[in-house]
Design a protein around this ligand. Sequence first.
Ligand code: SF4
Length: 267
Amino acid sequence: MRRELASAAKDMAVYIKALDENLAESPWRGAPLKSAASASAPSPYPAAVPAGPADTSMTKQPPADMDTLAEKVGKCRKCGLGHARLNAVFGVGSYKSKVVFVGEGPGFQEDHKGEPFVGRSGQLLDKILETVLGLKRSEVYIANIVKCHPMKNPETPEAHGNDRPPTPEEISACRPYLDEQLRAIKPLCIVTLGSVATKVLLGIDKGISLVRGRSYDYPVELFGPGHPIKVIPTYHPAALLRNPNLKRDTWEDMKLLKSFLENGKID
Ligand code: SF4
């Protein structure tokens, strides 16, 4: 037992050091995070769709493969975000992954590169995957709730500090694409990154600090009865950039995920 505790402490020290090297360069280091009280305000987002995608045309004619779906997203103008984006940001990683990481939406870097989590948040996510799970970015799947960059001012996609959370209408319009991605990948587990993704996918009103640290059953039967999906909420990497104290909680959440991936259950 003592040896296991020592080993866990050593693993955590490696993780903290790896993240500290990344966080040391963060321009947001030490900036205050929203309080749990403000994070637990009533959710402005629609609850999880109880029985598959809201867009029934997509249910009747599911795309043959992910490439077809990506092409569809690339041409999509179903909501206003499609008119301002530079690139649609579909998703990246292995279609065989047992776990899908879901954030709220693309930011500046993602909009420019057309890939999710490629800025400083993405580098931190890569470090977390590597040090806690021993996985590369290419071995998991990463996507967002909305596929186009929500901007405060859509006229200035080249401006920094122009990000905003997606609106409930934008989320409703885009949600069917994520459902289709999940159907294609059939993950055992979804990790929601941050409050917005957690509220949307679990249909709950509480902030991330109040719901993380345990797992939930995904409230949508995407694959029918007998194929449950676990949801593990954790902080968005951007929150760790603002408040490095959150890295220990994130470590615990990722250990939960590791245990689930290795043992098929969460104790
Ligand atoms: S955010 Fe989603 S629904 Fe809106 S235009 Fe982009 S792909 Fe289409």
